[in-house]
Design a protein around this ligand. Sequence first.
Ligand code: CU
Length: 490
Amino acid sequence: MYPMRSRRNFLKAAGTMAGASLLSCEPPKATQSRDDGPADYTLTIAVTPVELAPNHIVSTTTYNGRFPGPLLRFKEGKQVTIDIHNQTNTPEQLHWHGQFVSTDVDGSAEEGTPYIPPHGSRRISFVPKPSGLRFYHSHVRAGSDLSAGQYAGLVGPVYIEPKDNPGNYDREVFLTLKEFEPTLSRGGDMDMDFLASRTPVQGLKDTGEGAMKASLAKGMPHGFEVGYGSFTINGRMLGQGEPIRVKQGERILFHVLNGSATEIRSLALPGHMFTIVAMDGNPIPKPKTVPGLWLGTAERISAVVQMDHPGVWIMGDLSDDDRNHGMGIVVEYAGMKSKPQWIAPAPFKWDYAHLGNVDGVVPSPDQVFDMTFAKDNAAENGFNRWTINNVSFSDDHMKPMFQVKQGKRYRLRIRNASDDIHPIHLHRHSFELTRVAGQVTSGMMKDVVMVGGYQEMEVDFVADNPGLTLFHCHQQLHMDFGFMALIDYV
Ligand SMILES: [Cu+2]
């Protein structure tokens, strides 16, 4: 075993962290993977204050006393050792989202990863891959406790440097979008119509609406939803942090992470377009230029913006309400001083299929797994209970739902019999989008994708990382109330 860090050393480390810029990275120390040597990185989980704005300070659980957690820059294929200290009273899991790691370090109790015990530590080592924008976050069940899980400040970006870097940009800026001060409400969720295909599949709609009608007829209220009091980019409300200072002609590669526990986010910059080069860290077949971005919970987008429209602008969420409560950051051209301006982009639809190859051809899967998602309104103490193929995942229902063999290709044929959009996530593997709401596509590898209300989707994955593998909706309120399934290698 390795010695615990002394409190004095921790305070010293925390002080260094607090002084670091939110947009800068902390370079790794010398790589060292011996059990008794120093780790490459140390992450300390503790309840700390986070200053969202002057005189607007929240107390929440963070990594290294800051939000977001420090940007970790790894090199693809080069082993890293990380010490994780848990200074809270509850067991923690730290999930390496989007990486092909083993179940021992993935950070999912459902797969068998050991917890980081309360007031205890764990040292882990793994080989980072694949390259691109990944992240780390808490992976514990919050349930009705809105201080736990990803409702807390337990989110931080990871960038894995590719072995060769062909990037055509001047510099990188990392943006983590995240809300604070969550509360429960019963209003029902807002309808969002940004996805390209909105024509519902009639059979799914009949099922979903029938179930909801029957529940309401029994006198059930609508199930709880979560709302937020404050909205931030890199932990600061709009106008409260340092602006992003740019020069005319610069090409900036934005790495955008939706670190929300439950929300779908959007982002636009008046007078500028985004050229998407990677989704969830994976290069897309051909860069595509769009007027704005949409990201489901846990999705990431890497996009280049050519700075060719001088001014002082608000880069922010398309929702006026959320932007006015902080979801934005100021972009300031050199030499320009004025009140930051927001101008909404012309309406546009978010079309996953067109970000991939629309006429693409994919290998036939060895086997197809059907999955139907459904909501049982307010069935669990007022919370909606979620099912996959009529099974609600819980401590009593953890049996793997699907079996795979190493090296085979599998297709998940997904049918969403609910009106909610679900950002579904597969651990320890990437999947290829092959059909989105009836439209064929190929070449886009992701680890989270939004399935529209009453819509269908097909994604393929190759079973290339043996061990229990968790599939779930990344919306914390959904995953915590049954929306999970395990896949096992046989
Ligand atoms: Cu969901």
